[in-house]
Ligand binder design. Sequence first.
Ligand SMILES: Cc1ncc(COP(=O)(O)O)c(C=O)c1O
Length: 395
Amino acid sequence: MLAGEEKQLIETELTRIKAAKGFRHIRSQRPIDSTHVAIEGKPYLVMNSNNYLGLTDCLHVQESAIQAIHQYGTGAGGARLTSGNNPLYEELEAALADFKGTEAALVFNTGYMANVGIISSLIGKEGYIFSDALNHASIIDGCRLSRGTTRVFAHKDMGQLERLLEEVPVEVPKLIVSDGVFSMDGDLAPVSDICDLAGKYNALVMIDDAHATGVIAGGRGTAHAFNCQKRVDLQVGTLSKALASEGGFVATSQKFRDYLVNKARSFIFSTALSPATIGAALGALIELKEHPEVQKRLVRNQVFMEKLLHNRGIACQTESPIFPILVGSNERALQLADYMYDRGILLSAIRPPTVPEGQSRLRLTVTAAHTEEELAQVADVLSEGLQAFSSKKEV
Ligand SMILES: Cc1ncc(COP(=O)(O)O)c(C=O)c1O
């Protein structure tokens, strides 16, 4: 294609995205603490963060990161297989395996890279992946990168999953993959039923607990919530959300870990995380283990927010600190997010392709660090905003 034609195509696509109210931009903001930021000098309450335990401004976590820099410098200098591990990596992986109840764990540079690397290395041309329709984009991209066949089952539809599994011969490699907590809906995967089907049809199970680690079942995740920690072959998680740092990981058997170290391209061909990043994640994990009351505070705030919304007649179903406030169109989601913003509250308008067409929403997340007064204020303003817009006709 000629360069001129390419530019025209880009122009046309940007115009289309803008017309559909789907255009996104990155806002500049200055963090004040784990639940407040300043934008152009004005403070805002953060209700759109995955910093579920509020540990980004925990002094122990910060000190752990700073100490890591003093001990090992600011950058890793190379990929782990070529330049080696600093001892913090080994400490973190041992702590993650212990926390998740597995033999071993392997840290990747992001949760995205964990999903892409694991799926694409486990399933080759002859294999099949069975993926929930609402799985995260990184799982979808992992399926695309693997050269296997992907079968998508309707959200949590175990009947359809079984019918799809039945169609594939027993001896063919199979992987069932699902978010543990669905990132835009806040509901939990039926992990136990998935494991039952995996056992019946000889499939591996991979659960992405990006939003469950530090959050569900004392922070151990959905495999633990369903007492399936020995039945889920690969428990994926991130260090970037409740663990207040950056990176992804998988808790699994030693054999799978060895395989991934040798085969997962997103692990092999990328420079290791900085010591500060590993230090922060390790500090957060220690904080979570030594102070379980932090996770309990998160659950209390979740239950409190559920009550607040219910009492104001706001329909919202969740099983986690993620509250999807469904509004329908992109325009309405943007209007409501602007309404909240004008009143000092940050909420993100989530639109396609992140969610299906017609299901645009505000995604509200509570954290352990929010106060009850703050949550009550959010519920009040949200209720006013929803009332204001429900009485207006959409244009
Ligand atoms: C379910 C899920 N998996 C994976 C990821 C990717 O994790 P990371 O941000 O660490 O790349 C995310 C979010 O970003 C997510 O919501």
